[in-house]
Design a protein around this ligand. Structure first.
Ligand code: ZN
Length: 146
């Protein structure tokens, strides 16, 4: 599991303020364009599809699937303990979320792995979204990945 980034590593601004406020409230938010309907992350002032500035914020259910990943063995800052896995998650609502996998060895990663978002605060900065595998309880007391 990576050490969690320090507050100084997070850049916030007016366009992303609702996203970070959502993270602090335990809610993953994304933007949906009112003109064309595109759901998107990261936050932007204009739609990446049609350039409209008419964007609404929606709450994600916090579930998705692994779209791609990499495993980092030599971190660029001491804030992370290698190995760790940055992942691109396709949220069920459509946007792609770039984050880190926690609670799972990188060797278990696969495309399509179901994951859920969790939040963790490091220092005085905003809470950060991470993902972990979704598991289901089996009657014998064990679990399996979704
Ligand atoms: Zn649009």
């Amino acid at each position: 599991m990576p050490r969690l980034a320090t507050a100084s590593a997070v850049a916030t601004g007016a366009a992303s303020a609702p996203f970070w406020a959502g993270c602090d409230a335990g809610e993953l938010r994304f933007q949906r364009c009112r003109a064309c309907g595109r759901a998107d992350l990261p936050p932007a002032e204009h739609c990446r599809e049609c350039l409209s500035g008419d964007q609404a914020w929606e709450a994600s259910a916090g579930l998705g699937t692994v779209y791609s990943w990499t495993v980092v063995h030599r971190p660029v800052t001491p804030d992370f303990a290698a190995p760790y896995a940055p992942v691109i998650v396709e949220l069920d609502e459509g946007p792609l979320l770039v984050t880190n996998l926690v609670g799972c060895p990188p060797a278990r990663l696969r495309v399509g792995l179901r994951v859920a978002v969790l939040f963790h605060r490091a220092g005085a900065g905003p809470a950060l979204p991470y993902v972990h595998p979704v598991t289901h309880a089996i009657p014998d007391g064990s679990t399996r990945e979704a």
